[in-house]
Design a protein around this ligand. Structure first.
Ligand SMILES: Cc1cc2nc3c(=O)[nH]c(=O)nc-3n(C[C@H](O)[C@H](O)[C@H](O)COP(=O)(O)OP(=O)(O)OC[C@H]3O[C@@H](n4cnc5c(N)ncnc54)[C@H](O)[C@@H]3O)c2cc1C
Length: 549
């Protein structure tokens, strides 16, 4: 193949991903010096299109970044007024009172927001300051110079789907070079994954842990709507099959976010996270709330859960990992947006100081120091044992032990030290022969929906003619290894129905990848027990088009 020649553009800082982390970094750089050149690339068709965290926002990140956000028209209006926590059984629930909860679990002063809309607003703030934002531009490759990351390739499309060679409408895209490159791709970023592997950034840290979060937006009967109410549940339907739980947030316009998270370290390969979510909505408490309502949107996204123990080294020559590219979620609080913003701000300040000193392409160690020893580190360190306690000893132990640990950490010590996470989520998958298939009730089309119908409500689109962005390292593995050993769990763990095993009489089973349905949650890249699926950025763009998730 002839060498591909690309034009290039030079910037001080190139930022990949217009989520809260990337946008915060861009805004902070321009606040510090209007002359610093900053570009932000976003794979969604517009900023917010791929943002799923319909969210209780701890405003501490935004307070630090844009202290006057309240008077700048930020779409952050609904303050939390009520916090509920229930443990569910199949037919009832027990409410855990708020008083034994550690103070950090309190949502007082937090807001129920559409993070997609918050990101749209932040993008406007960034553009006013002079940041260049290119939506619909996936950064598909890293550009190296010697040992350092020098930039990214964006906007390449038109490769032949069969051969991978440039096709008739091929566009090579551009190289965007930066003195520093920030990867703020969110959880399991594809370029971040490459950087973590190349520079061995996870060495000495626990493996990253993940959950799969699925969410629907419902418009409900106004008589049942309680603006500002936040409800979390655990227990049924997952029981001891997996860790996880639900969230129900009442936002404006009689809407509620109904979400469900399944920890991806589950063992039973027959577990079907999407169907667990659908089943959850039939719990009497939830069904009563949703009855007569209408589901208006659906989406899914992985969430990082490893916390403090799993933060990799965050810098390598010329490059830094921001937000959930480094896994900065506080798991018991289910909050990462504030830390994403704080990390963006810290990375910007470190890069600005480096540029002032005439440096480029080196490691921004001050950024890493600030994350680990500043507000983000403090936030994550005091909850570090909740997830490993849950994984090792189950829900009750995690509620009791994790609760006590969060209390003692509030005053500065832990009875447990730092508990390590076990294996990776992929390696946690058990052999099918050791488990029984789970019988899930059929969706009723009123409260629960089949997967493909729901995917239509994510407004996902990929051009049929583009090459599949879900690549198998070895095309034979799904049928020759995963099917006999694990009953090919991709059929079930994917919340968008991308993967199918098609069995036709008289023929060998076939593994089919319907990449057009992919909602970019990254679960396959995380959970495939053979680690054979590589999620790459789609050439020619595409993905979900979330309205106000
Ligand atoms: C179901 C669910 C519920 C959650 N609830 C809450 C909550 O209530 N409160 C809270 O604070 N946090 C919550 N979180 C966590 C929160 O979503 C994350 O911590 C936060 O989104 C991290 O921000 P980020 O900027 O690092 O990444 P993201 O928000 O994921 O943004 C990354 C952006 O980069 C883009 N991108 C990725 N790769 C590329 C590429 N190669 N080229 C170009 N663009 C790219 C993506 O399209 C996306 O727009 C939740 C997460 C989930 C999944």
């Amino acid at each position: 193949m002839a060498e591909i020649v690309r034009e290039s553009m030079e910037y001080d800082v190139v930022i990949v991903g217009a989520g809260p982390a990337g946008l915060s970094a861009a805004i902070r750089l321009k606040q510090l010096d209007a002359n610093v050149s900053v570009v932000v690339l976003e794979k969604g068709s517009e900023v917010g299109a791929h943002i799923l965290s319909g969210a209780v926002l701890d405003p501490s990140g935004l307070d630090a970044l844009i202290p006057d956000w309240r008077t700048r028209g930020a779409p952050i209006k609904t303050e939390v007024v009520e916090d509920n926590f229930y443990v569910l059984g199949p037919a009832g629930q027990v409410r855990i009172p708020n008083w034994p909860m550690p103070p950090l679990m309190n949502n007082h002063g937090n807001y129920i927001v559409s993070m997609a809309n918050v990101c749209r607003w932040m993008a406007g703030q960034a553009e006013e300051l002079g940041v260049e934002i290119f939506p619909g531009m996936a950064a598909s490759q890293l550009v190296y110079e010697g040992d350092r990351v020098k930039g990214v390739v964006a906007g390449e499309f038109g490769r032949d789907p069969e051969t991978g060679e440039p096709g008739p409408s091929y566009e090579p895209g551009m190289e965007l070079h930066g003195k520093y490159v920030f990867l703020s791709e969110g959880v399991r970023g594809s370029l971040s994954k490459e950087v973590i592997a190349k520079y061995d950034l996870s060495k000495g840290h626990c493996p990253q842990k993940f959950g799969l979060g699925m969410k629907e937006i419902w418009e409900i009967d106004p008589a049942k709507h309680r603006l500002g109410t936040v409800t979390h549940t655990m227990g049924w339907p997952l029981g001891s099959n997996a860790g996880g739980g639900s969230f129900i947030y009442h936002l404006e316009n009689n809407q509620v976010y109904v979400g469900f998270v399944v920890h991806l370290n589950y063992e039973n390969p027959y577990l079907y996270p999407y169907m667990e979510f659908q089943r959850f909505k039939h719990h009497p408490m939830v069904a009563e709330l949703l009855k007569g309502g209408k589901r208006v949107a659906y989406g899914a996204r992985a969430i990082s859960e490893g916390g403090w123990q799993s933060i990799p080294k965050m810098v390598a020559p010329g490059v830094a990992l921001l937000g959930c590219s480094a896994g900065l979620v506080n798991v018991p609080r289910i909050k990462g947006n504030h830390n994403a913003m704080l990390s963006g701000k810290a990375a910007a300040e470190a890069a600005f100081a480096a540029l002032q000193a005439g440096r480029m392409g080196d490691e921004l160690t001050d950024y890493e120091t600030e994350v680990r020893s500043g507000a983000i580190g403090r936030d994550l360190k005091r909850v570090r044992n909740v997830k490993p306690l849950w994984s090792k000893y189950g829900l009750v132990a995690s509620l009791m032990g994790g609760g006590i640990d969060m209390w003692t950490n509030t005053v500065g010590f832990s009875l447990f030290g730092t508990i390590k996470h076990g294996k990776s989520d992929a390696a946690a998958t058990g052999l099918a022969k050791n488990f029984k298939p789970i019988d899930y009730p059929k969706p009723d089309g009123k409260l629960s929906f089949d997967r493909l119908t729901n995917v239509a409500f994510s407004f996902t689109n990929h051009d049929e003619a583009q090459p599949a962005h879900l690549k198998l390292k070895d095309a034979s593995v799904p049928i020759s290894v995963n099917l006999p050993k694990y009953a090919e769990p991709a059929q079930r763990y994917c919340p968008a129905g991308v993967y199918e095993v098609v069995s036709e009489e008289g023929k060998d089973p076939r593994f089919v990848i319907n990449f057009q349905n992919c909602v970019h949650c990254k679960t396959c890249d995380i959970k495939d027990p053979s680690q054979n699926i590589n999620w790459t950025t789609p050439q020619g763009g595409g993905g979900p088009n979330y309205p106000n998730m």
